[in-house]
Design a protein around this ligand. Structure first.
Ligand SMILES: C[S@@+](CC[C@H](N)C(=O)[O-])C[C@H]1O[C@@H](n2cnc3c(N)ncnc32)[C@H](O)[C@@H]1O
Length: 229
């Protein structure tokens, strides 16, 4: 059963202080490369001083990467877990990011406010994915780009990645590093409850994104990048 939004928010607030180190260790640093790649797609062809949204920005690694690649961009980082945002605030480059504590289901922005939006490992947590995607479509200007990084439920069972790595080793590593086994049990459980990439792409089309393309990321398609406009 899906967890209540308040449980998810409380969990991220609880693990905020250890989130970055756990992330780096559990992905062997690949999350940094995945975000770099995502931002190249996100920023391709948009104006230097464009407004760019990072939904579920967490400790601001995505927002800071946007500014590293596009220093003139106006970046707004939204997250409903204030401790996650606060944790990222001292990172180099983060002072230029506007931080907003808000829920992705009700974004406090006018229609078409952003030239582009990014969301990394957040949409899997949304209580009502259809309304979250509709909200993203609303705040991105027509033909503006959305880039999603996510762990989707695999279409075919992958014994090593799903059974062993994500299912068994990650929760143990999360426990050892983050001191919170339940939070890292949530990761494999939420992946198993989530859409396959193909299902998710269909929902993006339903939400009004006409051009949707997904790709698996190295290694083994454990994470995916989906680009839509
Ligand atoms: C796994 S973290 C990812 C953080 C960051 N994007 C990254 O790549 O490291 C997911 C983030 O999404 C946020 N989140 C989940 N559901 C949300 C919602 N409904 N509204 C706003 N933020 C949400 C969580 O608080 C958490 O900080």
């Amino acid at each position: 059963m899906a967890q209540a939004a308040s449980d998810v928010r409380a969990m991220f607030d609880r693990i905020a202080g250890r989130y970055d180190v756990a992330n780096r260790v559990m992905s062997a640093g690949l999350d940094v490369l995945w975000r770099r790649r995502a931002m190249r797609f996100l920023l391709d062809g948009i104006d230097e001083r464009s407004w760019v949204l990072d939904l579920g920005a967490g400790t601001l690694d995505g927002a800071v990467e946007i500014l590293r690649q596009r220093p003139e961009a106006r970046v707004v980082a939204v997250d409903f877990a204030r401790t996650m945002l606060a944790e990222g605030r001292c990172k180099p480059g983060a002072a230029a990011v506007a931080l907003h504590a808000a829920d992705g289901h009700r974004l406090p922005y006018r229609d078409g406010a952003f030239a582009a939006a990014f969301s990394g490992f957040c949409v899997r947590n949304l209580r009502d994915l259809a309304s979250g995607l509709a909200e993203l479509r609303r705040v991105i200007r027509p033909a503006g780009r959305l880039v999603i990084l996510e762990f989707f439920r695999p279409a075919r069972p992958r014994l090593f990645w799903d059974g062993l790595w994500t299912g068994r080793l990650l929760p143990l590593l999360g426990w050892a590093i983050g001191g919170d086994r339940a939070a890292y049990r949530y990761l494999p459980d939420s992946i198993q409850r989530f859409d396959t990439r193909a299902d998710f792409e269909t929902k993006l089309r339903t939400a009004g994104f006409a051009d949707v393309r997904g790709q698996e990321l190295f290694p083994g398609g454990i994470a995916s990048l989906v680009e839509a406009r």
